[in-house]
Write a protein that binds this ligand. Structure first.
Ligand code: COA
Length: 224
């Protein structure tokens, strides 16, 4: 039900040019990597920004799951004209996927309403992609709601391909696309274990009852 062979990206394909080309610098915006010493100032702002566009807000533990383990893969856009307040954020992780490829995962992405359409999210995602490339990632994955035109456009412009349609993926009943960016040739053919340490057993993506049991998917519901 969820897989759609016609959507599968070519496993031999890979990203051709570094994403720096897409990075934009609107006046007053500076880009900063998250670090744990910034938690007091920025975690509340991150939660507020992300939860604004979520149907069910994440608990603080979900944010900490990502930020404590992959702080450097979180980038923030700050408004220098307003006390460096948060204008946008991307939160990611990077780990082997079921014993196979080193997979980057974009978990959350948001830009404050008043700053949208200026290339901020594109720059945040580009910075995350560049760092994952530096860390030898094989591929990058994410899910996004099929009706999220801005996000689909942004990711497809950066080279992400539709890998699967996930029917009624979100708790609000909306469907999603899983998008993949291959960073190395042939990575789509790398073998993976069905069950590997750290994953909750996954019973097949065609089975909707188990769709949300993939540990990675649990943290992606509602936003990407
Ligand atoms: C998706 C989101 C992060 C984009 O942030 P942003 O900083 O405005 O993004 P950018 O300016 O880098 O690029 C957005 C692209 O989408 C386009 N876009 C924006 N709104 C659009 C719309 N309603 N319809 C079509 N395209 C749209 C922009 O034109 C731009 O494409 P372009 O550069 O080719 O013109 C932002 O809209 C947001 O925070 N949405 C709510 C949370 C969310 O949906 N997160 C993504 C989950 S995967």
């Amino acid at each position: 039900m969820s897989s759609d062979v016609s959507l599968a990206p070519n496993p031999e394909s890979k990203v051709e040019n570094p994403s720096a080309y897409f990075q934009k610098h609107p006046p007053g915006i500076t880009y900063v990597q998250y670090s744990l010493d910034k938690e007091t100032e920025y975690l509340p702002q991150i939660r507020e920004l992300i939860s604004k566009d979520l149907s069910e807000p994440y608990s603080i533990y979900v944010y900490r799951y990502f930020l404590y383990q992959w702080a450097e893969l979180c980038f923030m856009a700050l408004d220098t004209t307003d006390n460096n307040k948060l204008a946008g954020v991307v939160i990611c992780k990077l780990e082997p996927h079921r014993g196979g490829p080193l997979r980057g995962y974009i978990a959350m992405l948001a830009t404050k309403d008043s700053f949208r359409g200026k290339g901020i999210a594109t720059t945040l995602v580009s910075k995350a992609i560049d760092l994952m490339i530096e860390k030898d990632a094989d591929e990058i994955a994410l899910e996004t709601e099929e009706t999220n035109t801005a996000a689909m456009k942004l990711y497809e412009r950066l080279g992400f391909l539709r890998s699967k349609k996930l029917h009624r993926y979100y708790l609000n009943g909306n469907s999603a696309y899983r998008l993949l960016l291959y960073l190395k040739e042939g990575v789509g053919s790398m073998p993976t274990d069905e069950y590997s340490y750290g994953d909750i057993p996954f019973h097949g993506e065609d089975d909707q009852a188990h769709q949300h049991q993939d540990a990675q998917d649990i943290f992606s519901q509602g936003i990407v």
